[in-house]
Write a protein that binds this ligand. Structure first.
Ligand SMILES: *Cc1c(COP(=O)(O)O)cnc(C)c1O
Length: 368
């Protein structure tokens, strides 16, 4: 960008960010919430952030009382799935500050999803400032009991009222937030899926696109009928390489080496939790390998006892330990949860980091 364009953009961003039109609720629902019994994703804070894209530009950003969206029945997102989302959390620190974890990374990833789905991209400043302003206004909704957090769901839908297939010309970006309880992840029994596919090379697996989650429900239902809680997805072509675990990235520890599928193919979602796990592990001096991971390698390690640890990594649970892996009609049991030095340590560390109890040496925290 030239200096002139840069200045123009900075001025534009200033205008947008300082002009969020705020309408406060007159009927806060805060007093009705039982903060000792928070279900996941069912209770929503008083306000929401909203901005529309039309005529080639983002319009006035608004914060309004939480309400239903009013959509034309031909809204293109409902028919053809131009819809993407993000998921992140805000946490209260021990001193009562509100902290966001790696939110700029979510803003960047959101735009990568938007590009892939041929949707308008959103200036990172709008994503981040919208988030901060919204959470500041609803700051009393950020729970403070152990393990609780404010789950944040930014999303964007195509809003042309047109039943023809083409990239929409109008979009709506919204942020809603939901106070959630501690996420107790029982160790999960997972099945290595060798027929159904989450993502194929050249497809949309890297994007947090709504349809990806719809298509994973049926294979997950079949696996549930066999007693498995989640699937480990394999590559679409050969089903011999491991990709992800359910809606999380998957990490293994074999012979004290941290191993996870690399992101060189566009079938793997670039998880921020996984990235944080790897950044910390490297910092602690662990050997970390991001590379193709063969199913056979994991099964061999299970058989010969060198598989020390396996877990899913994602924002909702942070670390979800895997207790059993099913493959080819066999179910293998993994080492006991107590014996898992790495996942126990990383889980505790990330939790303390998010609460601001650890020096923010990676610059991951944003104060609201
Ligand atoms: C969101 C998501 C993840 C995890 O990403 P985080 O940024 O760690 O929450 C992993 N895989 C898929 C398919 C996802 O949708």
């Amino acid at each position: 960008m030239t200096i002139f364009a840069e200045l123009k953009r900075a001025k534009f961003m200033d205008t947008v960010v300082n002009n969020i039109r705020i309408t406060k609720t007159e009927n806060s629902r805060l007093s009705q919430v039982d903060f000792d019994n928070l279900p996941f994703g069912k209770i929503f804070s008083d306000h929401m952030f909203e901005i529309d894209y039309s005529d080639g530009a983002w319009q006035t950003p608004t914060i309004v009382p939480f309400r239903n969206l009013d959509l034309h029945p031909a809204t293109s997102a409902l028919h053809y799935g131009q819809a993407i989302f993000e998921g992140l959390k805000a946490q209260k620190s021990s001193s009562g500050e509100i902290l966001l974890f790696r939110a700029v990374d979510n803003a960047k990833r959101f735009n990568e999803s938007a590009e892939r789905m041929c949707m308008a991209t959103l200036p990172e400043e709008i994503f981040v400032e919208g988030l901060k302003t919204l959470i500041d206004l609803d700051r009393n909704w950020v729970p403070s009991n152990e393990g609780q957090s404010l789950y944040i769901r930014p999303f964007m839908i195509a809003t042309d009222d047109y039943v023809g297939i083409r990239p929409s010309e109008k979009y709506k970006f919204v942020i809603i937030t939901s106070p959630v309880g501690a996420y107790y992840s029982d160790p999960v029994k997972v099945k290595i899926e060798t027929y159904y596919t989450r993502a194929a090379e050249g497809g949309v697996g890297r994007a947090k696109a709504a349809g990806n989650y719809a298509s994973s429900l049926y294979p997950a239902k079949l696996a549930a009928e066999e007693g498995f809680r989640q699937l480990i997805w394999t590559d679409a072509k050969t089903h011999t390489f491991i990709e992800e675990a359910g809606t999380m990235n998957v990490v293994f520890v074999i012979n004290d080496t941290i191993i996870t599928p690399d992101e060189s193919k566009d079938t793997i979602l670039k998880g921020i939790t996984k990235r944080s796990v790897l950044d910390l592990a490297k910092d602690w001096g662990y050997k970390v390998e991001e590379r193709a991971v063969k199913v056979d390698e994991i099964i061999d390690a299970l058989k010969n006892g060198t598989l020390q640890d396996a877990f899913g990594a994602g924002t909702a649970a942070t670390i979800a330990p895997i207790s059993h892996i099913g493959y080819d009609g066999q179910t293998y049991e993994l080492p006991s949860i107590e014996s898992r030095t790495f996942s126990n340590k990383i889980k505790a560390h990330i939790s303390e980091y998010k609460k601001g109890n650890i020096d923010d040496k990676f610059n991951w925290l944003i104060r609201v």
